[in-house]
Structures are given as structure tokens and as C-alpha cells.
Design a protein around this ligand. Sequence first.
Ligand code: 6PG
Length: 479
Amino acid sequence: THANIGVVGLAVMGSNLARNLASREGNTVAIFNRTYEKTQGVLDAHPEAGFIPAATYEEFAASLSKPRTAIIMVKAGAGTDAVIDELVKVFEPGDIIVDGGNAFFPDTIRREKAVRSTGINFVGAGISGGEEGALTGPSIMPGGSDESWVTLGPILRSIAAIAEGEPCVTHVGHDGAGHFVKMVHNGIEYADMQLIAEAYDLIRRGTGKSPAEIAEIFAEWNRGELESYLIEITAEVLRQVDASTGKPLVDVILDQAGAKGTGAWTVQTALSLGVPVSGIAEATFARSLSSHPEQRAVAGSLPGPAEEFVVADEAAFIEDVRLALYASKIVAYSQGFDEIRAGAAEYGWNIDLGAISKIWRGGCIIRAQFLNRIADAYAETPDLPVLMTAPYFAEAFTRAQAAWRRVVVAAAQAGIPSPAFSSSLSYYDGIRADRLPAALVQGQRDFFGAHTYKRIDKPGTFHTQWSGDRTEIEAEDTH
Ligand code: 6PG
């Protein structure tokens, strides 16, 4: 018998995805790993899966029915290119190579172009949900050609998470579109996590509650409009007691956050596209700030506020923090979707933003009730220019904005860093402002570099002769 799908790379994500595939009606799965030992290990551990093992790429190709379809699950980077090179040697035109790793989308665009020149399809597919998701149902964001989607669609639909009866996978767009959207997913994930961390910090320092007590607050929030996987696991983490010291685990974990680069890519890309993803950027920077102990040791001597942070009404404060979290979360998602919109325009992808919000409702790390509201917003207005202006979100800001401001003020006065809360609020106030001091920036640019400006009262481009008699002349547009 032949396999209809193959998996290359049998570390945890790869073997879990292979097992997920094998468990679904209609799939037979070929497996390959660089070292056969690992393949044998997976075979031995999961006889029920009926895997077809291969010791060489030739054997792997021979075990697959046509069009051959293989998902690469190796650590993103040079390893991915090495596997693609080997597969291209043994595959034929019309076959499909899928990269299921967290590749940077420009790499995917490059690889797709190179592989396509051989007649083989290359699909960069973002896969979210961690180890558990890979096994039980991830959210999948595939790019690549329409031709490959014909074969790949049913296979990916068979293993994806189900949300509201629909599989969490859609053909995002051509070439790098899937990995682009996965990148932004991760950026939003960073923002979501940082916002939750700031909420925890404010509550802890404002009320003196223990991590276990705060876990109960998050568990309660998880029953309301904030319901999400990240809120749920936050309660679990806060509840955990360290076996060796008996302290809350969160108090013995080193406070230096790691990152594997996807948040930074989201921000770098947003900077190039000119999209202000300030919540994601601050979340990424907050991890960087935390991870410089040598600087933090020196800066520890800088002065903080004189007064102690006292919260008069604990319940009211906690509710304010909840609303600040919700409002900031809306901003983070709105900014993320803005980046997808801009990326799609830049790279010529036809991305359905509503469909993206739907495939994020299940399986992925940022899955949340809230994504139904985003789906509703795009169903109503598919080309919504600013997601957070949708009626549901506008109403949420009406409820939340006063609390949000109180929380940011309290954090500033108490000397508690709240980069994601406060930058989100600044974005909110910036984008809704009638006039911005950008006018002054234009004046400054014109002063020192004759960069010119436009006027509110007539068309054209102007320059004030600052070093001469300061009269205004019409000028050529220099931007
Ligand atoms: C997912 C996760 C996954 C992974 C991130 C973590 O969607 O399943 O986002 O891709 O956990 O790479 O990123 P950091 O290590 O950068 O926090």
C-alpha cells in the first residue's frame, strides 16, 4: 500500500502531526527522519498508527501515492533548505512539498519560487497549537498554489481543530501568505501574553494577593468575554507550586523571557510596511528588556515613586484591570489584522481577514471567544479599515476606556511597567485624534531639511524659506 501523506522530521511536533494524520479516516502516513533510530522509535511507540517507514529519501518517495505530498517538520532554517533539496531530487512535477515549520515568510517566498521552477509545488504552512495541538488538532495556515490546495485541502481539513463546526484551516493565499499570517499570529500571541502578564503584575503589586489567589481571578475572567486558551493556562501556571521550595512556581522562575524570533519578525515586517503594531512591539521589547540582567542590575538603583502603591477598592481595581486588558487586547488584534491587510496589499495576496479570524478560533495558541466577534466584524464589513472601530468593539471601548485610563495612570504613579497597556492606549488615542502633532513634525522637517509639507486649506506642496525671509513657496513634493 501507498501512503497519501508523508512527514519528514520526527521530533515532537513532527511525530505528533504524523500520529494525528494517521488517526484520521482515509490517511496512510509515510514517515522519514534524518536518523533512522528516531523513525524506529516512533514506529515502536505507535504501532496503531500503521506508519510506513522509510530509511532513505528514495524509499520515502516510493512509498507515497501521486501527487506525492510531504510535510516537513524540522526546525526552521538551514535544515528546511536541506530537506527541500533532498525531496526535490526524488519528487516529480505536480508533487507537493509542505513546510510546516515557523519559517520567515520571505524565505518561504524564495523557496516557493525555486521549487516551482522544477514543477513541484511548495507550500509554506503555519501550524499553531504547540505539541498538543499537533496531536489533537492544530490551526493551520497554508499558503502555496491553488493546484496544491486541491490535494492538500482535504488532508489538512482532516487533522485541523474544529471550531463552531468548521475546520480551522483555510487556503490563506499564494506563496508566503500562510507563513506571513502565522508570523502575525505569533506577534499577537506575544502581545496577548504580555498584556496578561501586566494584568497579573498590577493585581499582585496593587492588592498583595498570592499567585494562587490571582489564578482564581483569571479562572473567573475565563468564564467571561476574555475567555481564551492563554487566560486559561495563566491560571494553571499561577496555581503551580514548586516541589523543591514549596513556593509558587512563578516566584522561582527566572524573570527573563525568551523568544525564538517570530515576534521580532512581526515587528520588523510591520516597520517596513509602515504599520504601527505598537502592542506587539512593546511585548517583544518587554521580553528583550527582561533578558538583560546586567543592565537591570545597574538600573536597579534608579529612583522610583516615593509613595507606596495602595489600592483603596480591590474589587473595583481588579475590574478596571480586566477592562484594561480587554481594551488593550482589542487594540493588539486590530493592529495585527492591520499588518495582515497591509502585507496582503504589498505582496499581492488575496487574504480573507474574516476567514483568518475563523481559523484562529480553535487549535492555535491565541484561540479565544473573542475571535467570533472579529469574524462577525469582517462578515459585516469585509474591508473594514480599522478592525477596532467595528460596532461591538466600539461598544467595548465605551465600557472600558475610563477603567483603562485609570489603570495606566495607576501603573505610572506606582512605578509598575505597563508597556503594552499604555502603548495600546496611546495608539487608541492617536488613531481617534482629530488633529495630531504630526503637523509640527512636518514643520520641523521642513525647517531643517526642506522636506516640504501640505496644507489643510489648499492642494499642493509647500516650503517655508526658513533661512531666508520665511515666506512660503510652492515646492516639489519630497514626502
Ligand atoms: C504556536 C506557537 C509556536 C511556538 C512559538 C513560541 O502557534 O503554536 O506560537 O509557534 O510556541 O514559536 O515562540 P517564542 O519561543 O518566540 O515565544
